[in-house]
Ligand binder design. Structure first.
Ligand SMILES: [Zn+2]
Ligand SMILES: [Zn+2]
Length: 246
């Protein structure tokens, strides 16, 4: 049992040397691990530290096009891991992204251009206090959940990445919104979310799952062991994992 598609891989086009490998190095590793489809998903344009640059879109697209021809045994998608930018669910899934990407992932990250100071204060500062000291934890849980649910309701995305990572959330509400909007929930192999308890809750809804490596260097492309272990521990029906070859 292994994944045969990996929809979450960062490449050298990330700012500040955040990810190390070229797209071709990633493709070769993916072929070596027996994958038949991958997506190159750098952080969205609003990620101040690690996003890719808008001016690189044509170059990334043409590299992917050339590699798709050179290696017909694998399908390479141009994607993005977009960012949640406000409490009301704004994201950086904008026209440039929608027009160019084959697949859109979205998640909560730090170091992004929040819509307003209030969004930064709530989504970063108060969350740190809530996580570390339990300060207004339940209020934060509600706000965070609302931000993610609104992002799901108001944006076109395919996969919600690492739900529950870095933020306290009500995972059940997120699962309901994912079901309603037909968005796949990610079991991220690099982060610990979805964790077993979260999968256990989400499995009660009509949602699909993807185990992705969230690789930042070619060596981990196609890694899935920790994600699969969590899915098995949660007794998830493995048919619901879209990229698992049983
Ligand atoms: Zn992420
Ligand atoms: Zn990522």
């Amino acid at each position: 049992m292994k994944i045969n598609k990996d929809y979450h891989i960062h490449s050298k086009f990330s700012k500040n040397n955040h990810a190390k490998s070229s797209i071709e190095e990633i493709v070769l590793q993916a072929i070596d691990r027996g994958l038949d489809e991958i997506a190159i998903t750098n952080h969205g344009l609003s990620h101040v530290l690690y996003g890719f640059r808008k001016k690189h879109i044509p170059q990334i697209k043409s590299e992917i096009e050339a590699l798709n021809k050179k290696y017909p045994e694998i399908k390479i998608l141009f994607g993005v891991e977009a960012n949640i930018l406000s409490l009301s669910g704004d994201t950086d899934i904008e026209k440039d992204i929608i027009d160019n990407c084959d697949i859109i992932l979205c998640g909560y990250h730090l170091f992004v251009k929040y819509k307003s100071f209030n969004d930064f204060w709530n989504l970063v500062i108060l969350n740190r206090l809530a996580k570390r000291f339990g300060f207004r934890k339940e209020i934060q849980r509600k706000r965070n959940t609302q931000a993610i649910v609104s992002a799901l309701n108001n944006n076109k995305m395919d996969i919600l990445t690492h739900p529950g990572d870095k933020l306290i959330v009500d995972i059940e509400e997120i699962a309901k919104a994912a079901e309603k909007n037909n968005v796949i929930l990610e079991i991220n192999d690099s982060h610990t979310h979805l964790n077993t308890d979260e999968i256990n809750i989400c499995k009660n809804y009509e949602v699909k799952f993807a185990i992705n490596s969230d690789s930042h260097i070619k060596d981990t492309v196609g890694s899935f062991e920790s994600g699969l272990e969590r899915a098995i521990n949660a007794e998830l029906d493995l048919e619901k994992i879209i990229n698992l070859k049983i």
